[in-house]
Design a protein around this ligand. Structure first.
Ligand code: GTP
Ligand code: MG
Length: 313
């Protein structure tokens, strides 16, 4: 039905309607609130056409104005909370990793990003009352660091059946940025058939960094990354899913962003990720998580461990 409405927009033929649907715009509202530039990027249409489509969608859609705080509070009840596996870590995040948002874990090598990824893939499958999302999970693996054996180990440690757990985890190995973008599209497709409520991208930025080298490539890199992030947000919206992305910080100052303590990805990622968590190594298997950006929680730190059994207190 919403597809019919999109087709009825002036200037939208069947082909454009299909492009819009494929790019994740499932109803008028989604188009009405998009910026013409992003719409043009994602649906591969000219920017002026995109501008007209957005305007037409605004006219046609019943864009609500303000809502009361109580109405918003009611909506917030749909937000799921995914446990990291460690209580203090969950507390730091205000109860866990939220669905409907992007959470970014950044830190140097060995800081625990990939281990957290494995842990939450397992946790997501558990019922909501056990800190899960009661659904299936998905990972776009760009560094070939996903290990089914590690999933089994973590599952067993939580008394879950390793094989059943692995059956509910969908893994896409991305060979380059182009492939990574395609996998995000595939994720949207698979999300239509399967209840997937966690999508991890480990690592979000490694291919981007390797492929877009030099100052001249910076604008294009950021534009492509932006497009990718919008697809991920789209997935979050459609499936009420948590999006978790990992990102490295460099010991060597990044040639584009200059600062050794800042995650790569620049402003685009900074503004799109709702929660940003900086991870660093401590003694032995101890790790420290620092919440550096969140809409509702104070900055703070939590200590957790990476053990045989996974992420623990
Ligand atoms: P990069 O991807 O290189 O940026 O690092 P990362 O942040 O993803 O690090 P990762 O999550 O891979 O953390 C690696 C650390 O986790 C290792 O240094 C180990 O200490 C620990 N680790 C990994 N696997 C196991 C395991 O099976 N048992 C235990 N006890 N620790 C593990
Ligand atoms: Mg890793």
């Amino acid at each position: 039905m919403s597809e019919e409405k999109i087709k009825e927009l002036p200037g939208v033929g069947p082909a454009t309607a299909e492009k819009l649907m494929d790019s994740g715009y499932k109803d008028l509202m989604a188009i009405a609130v998009e910026s013409p530039r992003v719409l043009s990027d994602l649906a591969d249409i000219g920017e002026s056409t995109a501008g007209k489509i957005v305007q037409a969608a605004k006219d046609a859609a019943d864009i609500g104005g303000f809502e009361t705080g109580s109405e918003l509070l009611e909506k917030r009840k749909d937000v799921g909370m995914l446990s990291t596996g460690a209580d203090s870590f969950d507390d730091l995040l205000g109860g866990g990793i939220e669905t409907g948002s992007i959470t970014e874990f950044f830190g140097e090598f060995g800081s625990g990003k990939t281990q957290i990824a494995h842990q939450i893939l397992v946790n997501a499958i558990r019922p909501e009352e056990d800190g899960g999302l009661g659904a299936e999970a998905m990972i776009i693996d760009t560094e070939n660091s996903f290990r089914p054996g590690r999933i089994s180990e973590i599952a067993e440690a939580r008394d879950l059946d390793p094989e059943e757990t692995l059956d509910d985890i969908h893994v896409g190995r991305a060979f380059n940025t182009h492939h990574q973008m395609l996998l995000a599209d595939e994720a949207l497709d698979l999300g239509k058939d399967k209840p997937i409520r966690l999508l991890v991208v480990d690592s979000l930025t490694s291919h981007f960094r390797a492929e877009y080298v030099g100052r001249g490539a910076l604008a294009e890199r950021q534009q492509t990354l932006n497009k990718h992030l919008h697809k991920l947000l789209n997935f979050a919206d459609r499936n009420n899913a948590a999006i978790v992305v990992t990102n490295q910080v460099t010991a060597n100052p990044d040639q584009f962003f200059g600062d050794a303590t800042k995650p790569i990805g620049g402003h685009i990622l900074g503004h799109t990720a709702t929660f940003r968590v900086y991870l660093r190594k401590s003694k032995g298997d101890k790790r420290i998580a620092r919440l550096v950006d969140s809409p509702n929680m104070p900055e703070g730190e939590a200590v957790f461990r990476v053990e045989e059994s996974g992420i623990t207190e």
